[in-house]
Ligand binder design. Structure first.
Ligand SMILES: CC(C)(COP(=O)(O)OP(=O)(O)OC[C@H]1O[C@@H](n2cnc3c(N)ncnc32)[C@H](O)[C@@H]1OP(=O)(O)O)[C@@H](O)C(=O)NCCC(=O)NCCS
Length: 190
């Protein structure tokens, strides 16, 4: 990459013209349709309350300013409401799917996407955010293992380490229990 991506990055709401390209990001990053289809299901089922994309602000080669949608998408994240069993008043959101194109990874894009999504989760009234994936990546961003809060998720379709982040200090303290994902999170193995 010829530029420093973190400075040349626009994080914005997904638009209709992004849908196909968002699909392609997940398809290429995860080498298959599974995560790509997850995004489609959450969008069509209206579970996805937040869907953000990352793109260049200027062309890395020419320096020309790029309008929204003019450049290739570099990454994408969605966030959807999930339930905490036994605590219907608690507002939790889950980050999924999340992906950054392989050649643009480790340049701060994933971090920017997650921070932006978490801020929006807070604006939507969430008290905590959960995610599944690379524990070390999420640890960098202040997430803790979900078991630290007594939270667990039994479904085999939730891959990797299960982590949580309190947006409101103490929001998860003394609770614990199963985090319940909408059935649209669970898809056929593709
Ligand atoms: C996981 C993923 C989203 C991270 O995005 P990224 O743009 O590469 O991550 P960033 O550059 O923003 O990294 C932020 C920090 O986490 C660290 N980090 C990134 N990926 C990491 C990993 N897999 N393991 C450990 N640490 C990681 C970085 O070193 C960086 O640390 P720093 O702030 O001290 O420099 C990206 O690698 C990806 O799309 N992976 C494949 C898809 C996937 O597994 N998605 C599941 C979500 S976890």
């Amino acid at each position: 990459m010829s530029d420093s991506t973190a400075e040349n990055l626009r994080i914005r709401e997904e638009r209709t013209f992004d849908h196909e390209r968002v699909y392609r990001i997940h398809e290429s990053v995860f080498a298959g349709h599974r995560e790509a289809l997850l995004g489609e299901r959450l969008r069509h089922g209206e579970q996805a309350q937040i869907s953000l994309v990352a793109e260049h602000v200027t062309d890395p080669e020419s320096g020309r300013h790029l309008s929204e949608g003019e450049s290739r998408l570099l990454g994408h994240v969605m966030a959807s409401r999930v339930a905490l069993s036994g605590y219907p008043d608690r507002v939790l959101m889950a980050l999924a799917p999340l992906a950054v194109l392989p050649q643009h990874q480790r340049h701060g894009i994933g971090k920017r996407l997650v921070i932006s999504a978490v801020k929006r989760c807070r604006l939507l009234g969430a008290g905590a955010v959960v995610a599944a994936g690379h524990a070390d990546f999420y640890a960098h961003l202040g997430f803790h293992p979900a078991r630290h809060y007594g939270l667990y998720c039994n479904h085999h379709d939730v891959p990797g380490a299960f982590v949580a982040f309190e947006l409101v200090s103490g929001y998860l303290q003394g609770l614990g229990g199963e985090v319940l994902f909408h059935h649209n999170f669970m898809g056929p193995d593709v």
